[in-house]
Design a protein around this ligand. Structure first.
Ligand SMILES: O=C(O)CCC(=O)C(=O)O
Ligand SMILES: [Fe+2]
Length: 392
């Protein structure tokens, strides 16, 4: 696999190593138990609903969206993630620190969802090891959305992937991805897309009226590029998560023209059970910069509540995570890029192209896919036990 990314042999691809092994061994016992009782468990099991008593909102202060934010401002000074300052973030510490840095929260609601106290949630960026990661692997999480009442959390990780990783991944995916064009009603190509499943899964992915089939045999190069990309991302964003618990599918989007876009929607397809459970999504951007908008949805439709819109610029190598019940309460949108509809003279075609890889966890496998659904089943136990082994 390393040969796919020739300039990355060392030190960025240090050879096979179970991600998180070292990091996880440093986690205290309590952390381990919480891991198992919250997100990991939730990722791989349907579990039972813990909503027995109405949850008390943890958010007591009045939280409103800040002033309208021009695109890119959420990036603060617009700099890439710092390559130092790894911190351990356990949920308690995280809560305290996020209050200071959270740029966006929405007006609190009546006890909509279980509180974090009632139903703990480990976010992907938690438990970052203080050391043990190379400087080239360090990255910084910036909170975009912290809405405890609705259990919606989103983060932006600027510059997670170094540019040489991005460049190789972009070229390989562009060339070897089984891209299919999506058309508007008027017949225009709105973007190209393809679908990738891992570990023996054969589920299709359907959204709107489009059905994107997992190619029976994706080319070895495409598969290897996707696996390498996933590894590069996961070991920077959540190095403690065992490989078994990595996302098992990805939707890819290719925007070749600045006017191509994806409309307001939620990734709430039944495969991922994002309306029923905490549902993490890891979205990787390669190539041209694009805005990403996130908003509260109106009930029963995909329209955004316009006052709640949060914007962020996604650049080459950035990661965006949406977690908790984002796909139930929020919608997101990638507008066409009016800033580069008229490209600078001398810009090559590839400057304007963007690939987005959105990694997700399929929980409810389709009937024709022989993979057992991840509703209450053994996968949880297997994975949890392995996690325990890793953590111990
Ligand atoms: O291109 C993006 O950043 C987002 C794409 C997206 O939302 C999707 O594929 O569901
Ligand atoms: Fe989406």
């Amino acid at each position: 696999m390393a040969s796919l990314y020739p300039s990355l042999k060392s030190p960025l691809l240090p050879g096979p190593q179970l991600p998180g092994t070292q990091a996880a061994q440093r986690l205290p016992d309590g952390v381990c138990r919480r891991l198992l009782s919250s997100q990991l468990e939730d990722l791989i099991s349907a579990g039972t609903d813990t909503r027995t008593t109405p949850p008390k909102p943890l958010v007591t202060e009045k939280l409103t969206k800040a002033e309208p934010v021009p695109p890119g401002l959420i990036d603060g000074d617009g700099q890439r993630g710092r390559l130092t300052d790894r911190v351990v973030r356990d949920p308690a510490e995280r809560k305290a620190s996020l209050r200071k840095v959270a740029k966006h929260t929405w007006t609190p609601t009546e006890d909509l969802e279980p509180s974090l106290q009632q139903q703990p949630l480990v976010l992907l960026g938690d438990f970052m090891p203080k050391d043990g990661l190379k400087e080239t692997e360090a990255c910084e999480r910036k909170i975009l959305l912290w809405d405890e009442g609705r259990r919606c959390f989103a983060s932006h990780w600027p510059g997670v992937l170094p540019s040489n990783v991005c460049g190789y991944a972009f070229d390989l995916l562009l060339q070897h991805g089984p891209w299919e064009a999506l058309h508007s009603k008027k017949g225009q190509v709105t973007r190209e897309t393809c679908w990738y499943v891992r570990a023996g899964c054969r589920c299709d992915y359907t959204y709107g009226t489009a059905r994107v089939r997992a190619k029976k045999k994706p080319s070895a190069t495409f598969r290897a590029a996707m696996e390498t990309l996933l590894e590069e991302v996961m070991r920077r964003v959540c190095p403690w998560l065992p490989k078994d618990a990595w996302p098992n599918s990805a939707n890819l989007n290719l925007y070749t023209e600045a006017w191509q876009s994806v409309g307001w929607h939620a990734d709430d397809e039944s495969l991922f059970m994002g309306r029923d459970r905490d549902c993490p999504i890891v979205s990787v951007s390669l190539g041209a910069r694009r805005e990403f908008w996130l908003a509260l949805r109106h009930d029963n439709c995909m329209d955004p509540q316009s006052k709640s819109i949060i914007e962020v610029d996604l650049r080459d190598g950035d990661v965006l995570t949406m977690e908790g019940l984002c796909q139930k309460h929020c919608v997101h949108f990638v507008p066409c890029d009016i800033r580069s509809v008229a490209p600078h003279p001398g810009d090559s075609d590839s400057c304007r192209k963007r690939i987005n890889v959105t990694w997700r966890w399929i929980r409810d496998h389709k009937q024709r896919c022989r993979k057992p659904s991840l509703s209450p089943n053994r996968c949880l136990l297997v994975c949890s036990e392995r996690t325990l082994d890793v953590v111990r």
